[in-house]
Design a protein around this ligand. Structure first.
Ligand SMILES: [Zn+2]
Length: 510
């Protein structure tokens, strides 16, 4: 019986190999034909075809009647990815579009990936590269670069970037050492980033060289100085005292360690955080990105997804090793992006004031021998984006802009008042080795609950001092406090909230 099975397997393998050879022969013939055609008609555009299905290849150049998605099914094998040396790869694009839609396709052999394994070599590297030598080894869905992945596609399409470019990682290694911490191998604690993402080119050097696979870091760590006008003022007024190490000089110049992190999602863990099943998560991601990632549906063997969304940056003041030392105090601000206020100084909200307050308190904690951390998430306008945000502003300013209606305005337009979903946010705290927070510089209940829910206690919550709240942002802050944001002060009644009103557009002399 066993030997019969072995015999069958052997025959199947031979058939598969034969098919691969046949397909690559067909490929090289069609390539020759393509070359001949192109030489006959010099101006003719590349005529891509869809492949990866081992049967019909659909020409795209002849019109727009064929959609690539229509060529998806068929379990059968496909051609093996072209060798890197073949001329079609050198031109940037192969003559056929290669799909990696089915796990049993010929040439599909994902690099082993055991999410949560403590030993990084056993865990294995994450790869989404479509380079000729790696496309069959992909063990994740999506693309590198988060929201910038589309620019990468544009750079290739416009031939600004060579498809076979190999990054040179000389001298790019992390500026400080971090971890590894036990949290890195806890499948429940880290599901939204790759804990080994900062060490990829060095940890997996062997596999990169021996198997010629393209692996890229998803985390980078550097050091910098930063200058902010408000902190210069803090030093001038004596609120902050230069120490020559953290707060460097009389201009309030700061020394900081920065960590940039791109999202890497372990789908079963992400689904669990949201209390939904993995299938629902995959389906929603597939459908609501316009079917951009078919593998979300067809490759249940692949569990990791690099979503096209913004990442985060950690700003650490003081010795980074102190973040994970429970005997040292830690002050933390989790800040979600608000470009209009953070960068351009809009006074309609408290974002920049709270960010600056967070940085100043973080610096003070570091100066006192502890650690101060500010984490900046790219989640513009409560992750609704700036267009929705400005529509809300208009609706507010054309109405009466009362604190009592603040959240209603957003809900009317977006359907929800907030899409930041803090469920995945605590991952970065686990990754930094943070075990408790002494001073949490935030009034948000969602952030508080997410962190505490992940088993990291918060000893003290610190609200934004009254003196730092811009006049026009009273509407926002009072509405938030009324909706349950943390305060040591008074929570207004509905009646009182109605009397908190922002200024109208024309009123600029406030
Ligand atoms: Zn804001």
């Amino acid at each position: 019986m066993a030997s019969d099975l072995e015999e069958v397997q052997k025959v199947l393998r031979t058939v598969a190999e034969g098919q691969a050879q046949l397909l690559s022969a067909v490929e090289s013939i069609s390539q020759r034909v393509g070359e001949l055609e192109r030489s006959r008609d010099g101006h003719r555009q590349n005529n891509p075809e869809i492949d990866g299905v081992g049967r019909t290849a659909t020409p795209l150049g002849s019109g727009f009647t064929h959609t690539p998605a229509a060529v998806m099914p068929a379990e059968a094998g496909t051609r093996t990815p072209p060798a890197p040396s073949s001329p079609e790869v050198k031109s940037g694009f192969s003559s056929r579009v290669i799909l990696t839609t089915y796990p049993k396709q010929i040439g599909i052999k994902p690099l082993p990936l055991d999410w949560g394994a403590a030993d990084p070599l056993q865990r294995g590297p994450v790869t989404v590269s479509r380079s000729a030598s790696t496309i069959g080894r992909r063990n994740a869905i999506g693309a590198h670069g988060g929201s910038y992945s589309i620019y990468y596609a544009l750079a290739l399409a416009s031939r600004e970037l060579k498809a076979d470019h190999k990054p040179d990682y000389t001298n790019t290694e992390p500026a400080v050492k971090i971890g590894p911490f036990p949290q890195w191998s806890d499948k429940k604690k880290i599901v939204a980033m790759d804990p080994w993402g900062h060490l990829v080119p060095w940890l997996f050097k062997d596999v990169m060289e021996k198997e010629n696979v393209d692996l890229r870091p998803t985390i980078a760590i550097t050091k910098a100085h930063m200058k902010l006008p408000e902190l210069e003022e803090s030093v001038r007024s004596g609120r902050l005292v230069p120490d020559g190490k953290v707060c460097l000089n009389k201009f309030g110049e700061l020394s900081v360690t920065k960590f940039a992190v791109e999202p890497v999602w372990y789908l079963p863990g992400v689904a669990e955080r949201f209390g939904i099943d993995e299938g629902t998560l995959r389906r929603s991601l597939f459908e609501h990105t316009g079917g951009m990632y078919p593998e979300l549906i067809t490759r249940s063997d692949i569990k990791v997804f690099l979503p096209p969304i913004g990442g985060l940056t950690v700003y650490c003041f003081g010795d980074p090793a102190k973040m994970s030392d429970p005997s040292k105090r830690l002050a933390l601000r989790i800040h979600d992006e608000c470009n209009g206020s953070d960068v351009f100084g809009s006074d309609i909200c408290t974002c920049r004031p709270y960010l600056i307050f967070g940085i100043e308190e973080a610096v003070k904690e570091a100066q006192n021998g502890g650690s101060g951390v500010v984490i900046y998430f790219r989640k513009e306008g409560r992750a609704l984006g700036e267009v929705t945000k400005y529509l809300v502003y208009n609706a507010r300013k054309r109405g009466e802009d009362r604190a009592s209606d603040y959240f209603k305005r957003t809900e009317n337009i977006a359907g929800v008042k907030d899409m930041r979903f803090q469920a995945l946010m605590p991952d970065i705290l686990h990754w930094l080795g943070i075990q408790k927070i002494d001073r949490m510089l935030s009034m948000s209940n969602m952030k508080h609950d997410a962190i505490v829910g992940q088993g990291i206690p918060i000893h003290e919550r610190v609200e934004l001092p009254e003196s730092l709240i811009p006049a026009d942002s009273r509407v926002e802050i009072d509405a938030k406090i009324n909706a349950g944001y943390f305060t040591t002060g008074q929570r207004m009644t509905e009646e009182q909230l109605k009397s908190v009103q922002g200024r109208i557009w024309e009123d600029i002399d406030h």
